[in-house]
Design a protein around this ligand. Structure first.
Ligand code: TYD
Length: 205
């Protein structure tokens, strides 16, 4: 039944001239939009406050042990706040090796994997969840290239790091990856749903 509704809504949306200017061109956004019509705005990342699709996208950002040791937590956090993103989760912890091995699961066969785990468990980290329009992609741009040698000045890694093995910060590299990482590092009740008072200065209502 849901499948039929989705299909019907997709066709309806694609044929509607009204929607052509409203929806992002990405084909993958259609099910999300149809889903939000079927099951409600908040569930599908569609803000009832702003009416902008994707405004509730979330990503995981972590200040790594070198960033914490060098007292860069404030400056890194400030960049995301200044940009206009909304902080919805924050905590400091000594990362358990088991959790890190899940986090870096895809890199487990890389030669640098053992030293990466050793470094990531060498001291506390600060994990955060940021929310906002296009936050996953924008955060990756803000932190810069994995290798600080390639990272542009003005990015976190470009400004605060020299070597790939100590690149200060992590940010999820895809929407799916962000969802997985947020679930890995945060319990649901640790994430705050709150309304920013300057929302209309950040988004068109
Ligand atoms: P990766 O997921 O490829 O990059 P990113 O953090 O930009 O998503 O790699 C994870 C971390 O592994 C990276 O931030 C630093 C470390 N790393 C090394 O130490 N040496 C390397 O050659 C690479 C590619 C990564």
């Amino acid at each position: 039944m849901v499948q039929f509704q989705r299909c019907w809504l997709k066709n309806l949306i694609l044929q509607s001239p009204y929607c052509r200017g409203v929806l992002p061109s990405r084909e993958s956004s259609i099910p999300e939009f149809a889903f939000c019509l079927l099951f409600g705005h908040r569930r599908a990342g569609y803000s009832t406050t702003s009416g902008i699709l994707g405004v509730r996208e979330r990503t995981l950002v972590a200040v790594k042990p070198d960033g914490v040791q060098r007292r860069l937590v404030g400056q890194i956090t400030q960049r995301f706040e200044q940009k206009g993103f909304k902080l919805v989760g924050l905590k400091m912890l000594q990362a358990p090796e088991e959790q890190l091995s899940q986090h870096y699961h895809e890199l487990r066969r890389k030669p640098f994997y053992p030293s990466l785990l050793h470094y990531m468990t060498s001291g506390p980290i600060v994990v955060m969840v940021w929310e906002g329009y296009n936050v996953v992609r924008t955060s990756r741009i803000m932190i810069g290239d994995t290798n600080p040698v390639e990272a542009q000045a003005g990015t976190v890694r470009g400004d605060f790091s020299i070597h790939i093995s100590r690149n200060v910060v992590h940010a999820s590299d895809s929407v799916e990856g962000a969802q997985r990482e947020i679930q890995l590092w945060f319990h649901r009740k640790e994430l705050m749903d709150w309304d920013c008072c300057d929302h209309s200065s950040t988004y068109q209502i």
